[in-house]
Write a protein that binds this ligand. Structure first.
Ligand code: ZN
Length: 119
């Protein structure tokens, strides 16, 4: 959705009158949004949020999946994602922290392997 300059001005006039703008996204919950951010958010909410964290949409998607029960991102010997419980998963509290070098993204078995890989 294209938001025109006039529409942004209108939204800013609402904000000047004490009306707040908020958006909702699975990663963020509900958060304040500026008038000039409404267009980019509506165009692609996932890209907007991913960009705000400095990560790709793919990383953001993986992060959201990870938070659904802290499923280990390690790979089993069968070549599939482990998905066992990652006991320190709650420390991965930002999409920026969701990456293969972060040992908190793994179950106890894969955590050990990931740690060995780093050294
Ligand atoms: Zn695992």
């Amino acid at each position: 959705m294209k938001v025109t300059t006039d529409q942004i001005d209108f939204l800013e006039s609402l904000i000047d009158q004490g009306i707040e703008l908020a958006a909702t996204h699975p990663t963020m919950g509900t958060f304040d949004i500026r008038a000039d951010e409404v267009g980019p958010f509506l165009a692609d909410p996932d890209l907007f949020i991913a960009t705000s964290f400095g990560v790709s949409k793919e990383t953001l998607r993986g992060y959201n999946e990870f938070w659904n029960g802290f499923q280990c991102i390690g790979t089993t010997q069968q070549g599939v994602q482990c998905k066992s419980y990652a006991p320190n998963g709650h420390y991965v509290d930002s999409p920026k922290l969701f990456h293969p070098a972060n040992t908190n993204c793994y179950c106890k078995i894969h955590q050990k392997q990931a740690r060995e890989k780093l050294h």
